[in-house]
Design a protein around this ligand. Structure first.
Ligand SMILES: Nc1ncnc2c1ncn2[C@@H]1O[C@H](COP(=O)(O)OP(=O)(O)OP(=O)(O)O)[C@@H](O)[C@H]1O
Ligand SMILES: [Mg+2]
Length: 330
């Protein structure tokens, strides 16, 4: 039995280390139970119970989801005592999920790419992960929810390097009535991934309703771009943004010139024509007008998605080899 820990939670879980510390918003720990089973535990101070940081809505949605590429929700407790070495006792709520051994996609891409001048992974790896994400996100939408915070840091990786979507902290039912409106309208998500229609509600008093499915497609488009380029497509999807303003007026030709050096590296490496197809998909996902933006169900039929992907059981070897290669290049 494994018991060494730096703290305990309700005398039920043993805390090993912090995986992520978001200050007052909460801390995610790697922990294990008395049987030695590893897990991740998200803790939030009890006094935040009636704030947006509370885990009560997040767990309600997360508990309903059961999919191969979504991290499993294991346990939720609205009131509990966290005991930490040197700090003492603290009253917290917590959410326990299965542990993703290989961390998040952001961390892995940074490990593979080393510096931002390099581009990360080949298209076959990206396509494999992207297909897994689309499959899980389609399932989430079919269950009637939108995720609202798709980003590389919320896309975790299991021990065999398969995608596990996590963090349902911004998620909501597609047909919810936010602030008395007949639909979704609140400004939620992560700044560089948020769709332009969400930002529009940041400036105006009169909040417009947006489509939960379409905002997830936009964020997924940003995530796809980031996987390919090892960097963001723009800072924020707002008119003041020097990069996004080109997309706003549909001037993709000028926009892609910004990334000309990296595109050269990509086209030297990938099969001819692949980049043109991927570029078309990214443009369709990042389109400003949500009515014209590609729908999730149509992404799988896009021509770029036709090519080969790795089988689930091949991924561990593929990524381990890539990591070895990068270490030996140094
Ligand atoms: N089950 C898990 N397995 C491994 N790592 C995890 C797990 N859950 C969370 N993490 C790590 O902790 C980070 C934060 O977790 P999570 O996104 O759930 O919390 P959060 O407070 O909503 O964070 P943020 O507001 O930054 O999105 C993740 O990006 C990931 O690196
Ligand atoms: Mg998160």
């Amino acid at each position: 039995m494994k018991t060494y820990s730096t703290g305990t939670l309700s005398n039920k879980y043993y805390l090993e280390k912090e995986l992520c510390n978001n200050g007052y918003k909460g801390v995610v720990y790697l922990a294990h139970n008395a049987e030695g089973q590893k897990m991740a535990i998200k803790t939030v101070a009890s006094y935040l119970a009636n704030t947006p940081y509370s885990l009560s809505e997040e767990q309600k949605i997360h508990y309903q989801l059961d999919h191969k590429y979504i991290i499993k929700c294991l346990d939720y407790m609205p009131e509990s005592i966290l005991t930490k070495e040197y700090i003492g006792e603290k009253s917290v709520m917590y959410l326990t999920t299965e542990f993703a051994e290989n961390g998040d996609l952001l961390g892995l891409i940074q490990k593979i790419s080393k510096d931002s001048k390099k581009i990360g992974m080949n298209f076959k790896i990206i396509k494999t992960w992207f297909s897994q994400i689309v499959s899980a996100l389609s399932y989430i939408h079919e269950q009637g929810f939108c995720h609202r915070d798709i980003k590389l840091d919320n896309l975790l990786l299991s021990s065999d390097y398969l995608i596990k979507i996590a963090d349902f902290g911004c998620s909501i039912a597609m047909n919810a009535n936010e602030t008395g409106k007949n639909g979704l309208c609140s400004v939620k998500g992560t700044e560089n991934y948020m769709a332009p229609e969400i930002w529009e509600n940041d400036y105006t008093k009169e909040k417009k309703i947006y489509d939960g499915g379409k905002i997830d497609v936009f964020s997924l488009g940003v995530a796809l771009f980031s996987m390919v380029f090892n960097g963001h497509p723009f800072n924020k999807a707002i008119p003041r943004d020097q990069f996004y303003r080109l997309i706003l007026v549909n001037n993709w030709e000028e926009y892609w010139k910004i990334f000309i050096e990296k595109i050269k590296m990509i086209t030297e490496r990938e099969e001819a024509g692949e980049w043109e197809l991927l570029k078309d998909l990214i443009e369709k996902m990042l389109t400003k007008d949500s009515e014209k933006r590609i729908e999730l169900k149509d992404i799988l039929n896009h021509k770029w998605m036709n090519g080969d992907v790795y089988k689930d059981e091949e991924m561990a070897k593929v990524i381990e080899n890539l990591l070895k290669e990068r270490v030996s290049e140094e």
